[in-house]
Design a protein around this ligand. Structure first.
Ligand code: OGA
Ligand code: MN
Length: 288
């Protein structure tokens, strides 16, 4: 059977059929998938019982992988993020456990790695264990949201620079969630508020829970603008909600989308997801 790309309802996402991503991908299939990702931003694969090693190989087909930061609680410096509410023995952590609270940062709209100087590009998330209810993941199209912005707003945003930080995102959940070593690894960074995707010349805004304020603007005014843009970008008409099945793998372009996990009963049901991520192309703005 050949590969089939079925567009989902709405403005973001497609389901891919007829490909086994646990094995080698030939050049033609790779090109079809890359084109489909560029067009649909989010690709959904079902029934892929993929090991971490296979997921690494599949991901690397699309570009160089980025390692997690050494002190990242779920990555530990390796290529695979184990995003799970269980401890090393497979037991569910208490809902108020600091790691579980840290992980709940994923429930805020974000673009992976926007707190890094070179933000991350494409993410691959595979579902190992999912709760019986809740725990979906939502994706919003920044492409559609940017296109729908009034032109005066596009003019206003042009050239602005925002500060993004891990500390800003996690401070909204609880104080002291980051270890000292992790804090040292993730100082605030600056990103253009509207960046240009180099391969296509496409312009898109760059917001999310890590974006804190606008450089050179009064703090509150910048916060309000970022908040307004985030709300704009995550309106229902721009959003796809993925209802996970075990052995789904979803890949998405972090430059053209935001995503967030949805809550579930974390103290009661296990949820285990493995993520790999491609390195970004470069910094969006000179850092000082
Ligand atoms: C991630 C992420 C959301 C989820 O893995 O980057 O944000 O629903 N996950 O697990
Ligand atoms: Mn994420």
């Amino acid at each position: 059977m050949g590969i089939k790309i079925n567009r989902l309802e709405g403005c973001i996402g497609a389901e891919v059929e007829g490909v086994d991503i646990t094995g080698p991908i030939d050049a033609q299939t790779y090109l079809q998938l890359q084109d489909a990702l560029d067009e649909h931003i989010v690709l959904v694969f079902h029934d892929q019982d993929i090991t971490d090693a296979q997921q690494v190989i599949f991901s690397e087909r699309f570009g160089p992988l980025e390692m997690s930061l050494p002190s990242d609680p779920f990555g530990g410096g390796g290529p695979v993020f184990n995003i799970a509410n269980v401890d090393a023995d497979g037991q569910i952590r208490p809902a108020e456990d600091p790691l579980t609270l840290y992980q709940s940062g994923n429930l805020l709209w974000h673009s992976d790695g926007s707190f890094r100087e070179v933000p991350l590009q494409t993410s691959f998330l595979s579902a190992k264990v999912i709760p019986p209810e809740g725990g979906e993941t939502e994706f919003s199209s920044l492409r559609a949201a940017y296109a729908a912005l009034p032109s005066e707003k596009k003019v206003l945003l042009e050239g602005l620079v925002a500060e993004h930080s891990m500390a800003h995102s996690r401070a909204r959940i609880a104080p002291n969630l980051l270890s000292k070593s992790f804090q040292d690894e993730v100082p605030p960074v600056r990103h253009l508020l509207v960046r240009t995707i180099s391969a296509t010349g496409e312009k898109v805004h760059f917001v999310g829970s890590y974006a804190s304020h606008v450089i050179g603007w009064p703090f509150e005014k910048g916060r309000d603008l970022l908040q307004e843009l985030l709300q704009w970008s995550t309106q229902p008409q721009f959003v796809y909600r993925h209802q996970w099945r075990v052995n789904d793998l979803v890949m998405w372009d972090n430059r053209l989308s935001l995503h967030r996990g949805r809550p579930w009963d974390v103290g009661k049901y296990k949820r285990i997801m493995h993520r790999t991520t491609l390195a970004g192309e470069g910094s969006t703005v000179p850092q000082d």
